[in-house]
Every structure is written in structure tokens, then in C-alpha cells.
Ligand binder design. Sequence first.
Ligand code: HEC
Length: 165
Amino acid sequence: MEETTVLKEMKILLKRIALAGAVIAIGAQLFRPDRVNPDSDPALSIRRDPMVTPEILGLLDRSCFDCHTHETRWPWYSTLTPVNYLTVRDVEEGRKHLNLSNWMSQSPTRRASALERMADEITGGSMPLAPYVLMHAEAKWTDAEKQAFLDWAYATQDSLMRPNE
Ligand code: HEC
């Protein structure tokens, strides 16, 4: 076989592979996970907790609500298969571990322990999840914001554990 014929055949093969890839990528869009924001009583949301200052609520809303409440603002990339499967999984897992939409239905002791876990995540730098911060630069807290949250969380935890002081 001449070299030019080999090249031509390679080109045709590559085109076919690219076409097959495109067909698979488009076909995959037919498979989509359900993106659900379950109904919940607004009175139970952390929004209604008088111990949560507007500043703290703003921080949580900005950086944590998408995965830890029923108020998820589903991002554009969550419509694309396969990314959407990862997004939906993070949100479902996040809600399981910490659900701020059910906040007021939990006992003061459980809320205090949730605050401690939140503070641990902030101190350790593991929340919000890194891939989320990559797509939502504004979700990252400054050092001052982290400190404000930690000060608030520890003080609030104290008053939840010692309500009569
Ligand atoms: C992109 C989704 C996402 C965002 C945004 C996010 N989380 Fe999470 N979070 C998760 C997932 C998933 C888990 C469960 C798995 C794990 O611990 O990594 C989790 C777990 C947690 C836990 C439970 C850890 C434990 O001890 O079980 C806490 C507390 C938490 N997150 C706090 C926060 C706080 C505070 C923010 C905002 C600063 C935040 N998260 C933002 C997805 C998210």
C-alpha cells in the first residue's frame, strides 16, 4: 500500500471515531438523573433560627445551601450528562450529612453538634467541596469570613448547650 493511501485511511478512521464519540455524547444526554428539591416546611429552615445572624446566613447561603438544603440552585453544568450524575450525588450526600432545611426540627444538642462539625469542616478547609469552588469562585470564604463564622459557631454552640446562663 502506498503511504498516501494509509494516511487517507487513517483520516477516515479518525473521522469515524470522532463521529461515534459525538453520537455517544449526544445520546448520553437522554439519560439524566432527577434533580429534586423536596418540599419542606419553611418554618424548619435555618433561615428561621433567631441565633443565626444575617451575616452568617449570607455566608451559608452563598457557599453551603446548594448542597445542604432543599433550596439547591442547580447550575447549568448540572444539565450535562455525565457531570449531572456527580452533581446530584454530591447534593444527595450533602443533604444526608447536614440538612439545613430541617434545622429547626433538630434538638438544641444536635444543632450544637452540627455547628461543631461545620466549624471542623471550615477549619480543615474541606467545605465547600473543591470541585464546587472551582465552578463557583464566590463560594470561597476569606480568612476574615472563616474567622467570623468560627467565632459565631463556637459562641452559639455554647449557648445551645447552656441555655439558662
Ligand atoms: C458541592 C456540594 C457541597 C457544598 C457546596 C458544601 N458541601 Fe458540605 N458536604 C457535601 C457532601 C457530599 C458531604 C458528605 C461527604 C463528605 O463529608 O465529604 C458533605 C458533608 C458536610 C458535613 C458533614 C461532615 C460530617 O461530619 O459528617 C458538614 C458539617 C458540611 N458538609 C458542611 C458544609 C459547609 C459549612 C459548607 C459551606 C461552607 C458546605 N458543607 C458546602 C457537599 C457539599
